[in-house]
Design a protein around this ligand. Sequence first.
Ligand SMILES: Cc1ncc(C[n+]2csc(CCOP(=O)(O)OP(=O)(O)O)c2C)c(N)n1
Ligand SMILES: [Mg+2]
Length: 965
Amino acid sequence: MSESLDALLTGANAPYLAELYRRFLKDPNSVDPSWASVFAELAEEQSPTPTALQEASEPSRASAHSAASRVKPAVPRAVAGMIGDTDSSRAAQDSVRALMLIRVYRVRGHLIASYDPLGLEGKKYHPELDPHTWGFTEADMDRPIFINYVLGLETATLREILQVLKETYCGSIGVEFMHIQNPDEKAWIQQRIESIHNQTQFTRTGKRTILERLVQAEGFERFLQMKYVGTKRFGLDGSETMIPAIEQILKRGAQLGVKEINLGMPHRGRLNVLTNILHKPYVAIFAEFQGSPAYPEDVQGSGDVKYHLGTSADRVFDGHQIHLSLAANPSHLEAVDPVVLGKTRAKQTQWADSERGQVMAVLIHGDAAFAGQGIVAECLGLSGLEGYRTGGTIHFIVNNQIGFTTSPAYSRSSPYPSDVAKMVQAPIFHVNGDDPEAVVHVARIAAEFRQAFKRDVVIDMFCYRRFGHNEADEPSFTQPLMYRTIAGHPTTREIYARKLIDEGAVTANEVKGMERWFGNRLEADFAAAATYKVNKADWLEGRWEGLKALIGEEEMREDDTAVALNRLREVGLAISRVPKDFQLHPTLRRLLETRRGKVESGTHIDWATAEALAFGTLLTEAFPVRLSGQDCGRGTFSQRHAVLTDQNDERRCVPLNHINENQALFEVIDSPLSEASVLGFEYGYSLAEPDALVIWEAQFGDFANGAQVIIDQFIASAESKWLRLSGLVLLLPHGFDGQGPEHSSARLERYLQLCAEDNLQVVNCTTPANYFHVLRRQLRRNFRKPLVVFSPKSLLRHKRVVSDLAHFGPGSGFRRVLPETDTLVPNAQVRRIVLCSGKVYYDLLEQRLLKGIEDVALVRVEQFYPWPRQSVLDNIARYPKAEVVWCQEEPANMGGWTFVLPRLINILEELKRESVLPTYVGRPASASPATGLQRKHLEEQAHLVDMALSGDRRALPQPFRRIVL
Ligand SMILES: Cc1ncc(C[n+]2csc(CCOP(=O)(O)OP(=O)(O)O)c2C)c(N)n1
Ligand SMILES: [Mg+2]
């Protein structure tokens, strides 16, 4: 309802409006339709239809019905019978005011709710929640008011109404849900909380269980504090109620059909979640504190600090088994969110969980991080998209009202840390962490809402951080008042135990018994920690079974990536076939015909066709392919056309899904315009699905740096840190075509700098056949490694960049280095070897032909990493007298130069060459990757090609030589 209506209702027009409302209740057609719709909207919010609550699933966003047509206002018989006609105007006025007051409590009641255990804000007041603002006085408190079954009451006094409203909307829980536009969802929440005044009556067992969880949560932290004084653990002290809340989400989720939960969380309370939720043995944590590795000693890897590690476990709730998996994560707060979502999506696909009710994501957040990190908004943005939706995430914010040393006033511009979630109209529950029953209650509602509507929901648990950011930190340097309050504040366990003792649910002795029992258990595990041995790493289990670690030299491996010619033709036909009644754009019809012709003739197969053949052949071998990225269905360069669109009705057709009946699924998804979340999502997908070719494509390669955290913290290092493998492919369009500082360089140097211990594969292919093989190799191998492909732009349509079908067929394979094949002078007379990679090769080739140069050999490095040392060495050794030049189009501080330089020196030393220093030919070092002037670009390009082919080494201009030495 609009602000202006609020004003009308409280102003001098109130009696007039009340009269209108009275007439409306008698006969909706007797008032102006504009007023009728306003009153109807008000009435609709008051009384949700019960069927909407039960049938809620996969709702459409907009209701087809208008508010007015949905609601039939009841004739106020009760009012008529209760009061005489002269009073009926006042009665109607009372009703309107009361209904408005109720509505305002639903919208703004949370603003005065007591969700802060520290009570830092003091007594809260909001004028709109004050009955006086609505024209009521003390004298009106006990007069019956007709409220048409709102709040479950036909009539009630203002006193009664206020009591119900305060209990429901301003107790330990503040609910934000009136921003939800879907009437079913909004009505569901309203009904769910109002029907029970937003409180669950727990049984005695239920209460004891909550207390037990608090005893464990607090006891574990205290024990660590006592045994490992001053060691960082990022304890949960002050937010222990998170443990019973997560337990409730698991339990209620399991009851409602959830079989697997993927969890993501930051540092705070992680050890507690690992032990008390995922049941990692306490002894294992103690052993890690004492310096034992988290993995068996025969498993390699750098390892990581204990509060980053993940784990998985099976738990049983009321006979329902549920699999839990906590993702390992880096320090970078919230970066794990999309990874968890991608894992969840992959599991849903594996389980054919199309309703998304069996696999669920739960993300735990800090208040400062949730408000501050943009990736949170990116992930919320994914939640409703067909290619990325996971049926709703339950977000749990541990809102300890501080981030390291920064207070909320400096952390965010919004009142709550959760406000960003309103962008997807998620319901938000602010709840007092010192009221465990209220927290468990909202956890239950959140799980129910997620299962009913498959949408995101947020729990914002207000609590506090008892100690500093970590246990060695002094918080009163910066928040002295807050920490004075905290020092005198009893723990949640103390508060809740006292409450249960007072109401007779437990005795003081029973509480002591619980604490003693748990203390003894921890002591026993502590004693066992000294001799504890990890006996099992879980990294190649489940779907990873059968895969191996990469052992030995990658270069020595030959992988069977060739495909029988008849299979290639079958796929070639399928990718150029269009359904009969499909109106394809004429240009595309020609393009598909050309594709078919090339496969049939077996020559001139271009890049996009080779890619489609790689995808298609993998699909026929039962490997699903999932490609996501901006505009990747068509392809940024209008090259792919994996999705065809009917010109009459925009129907879509994906030919790669129509090869044969036994093939796997091809998913190609145009992503939202974001990098970090989408790359993180696909990475997560690849973690859960080793048997799919999972690809993320950047629009232009340089945009990938918007996802740098995912690249550095996960893709490059997860295997070493956490023993987590991934076969993810990154396609990064790269090449200097004169398009300017951006759009030219995908920053090869960045990836090469990350390479070590066989963590990545980095390729820059020059032939369609090699691209075909490297994609297929990804799944044809018995290990998984991320693959970074520097992919072409101008070469997509270059007349020389084509391959014969024979190079895809039997006997062919991926070539790490492509040697010189043209006839030159005898090898001993070859004056120079120009080593290069990617597009510049074709520039060199053209120029060499043009000039008729015969004593310069061109050798292409197609794979940078793992570095194919032997192949490069063999190619150099073939030309004993030749000097070695490295030619690249990137500036000297970029591209492959700094990576190859020491490696080439090493080879030249082994070959005992006179000069062990290769010569650099390329652009001089530069701050920006490329010039914005086309003319300058062409000049530079011509110059470097010229230098590479004909320049005398000593004659090279200064910038080139300086780089070498
Ligand atoms: C992306 C990122 N930036 C900075 C940090 C350093 N840092 C670690 S914890 C923390 C404060 C987090 O506050 P909050 O999210 O409220 O969680 P809390 O520690 O209060 O539980 C900061 C700034 C980080 N880990 N990640
Ligand atoms: Mg915080």
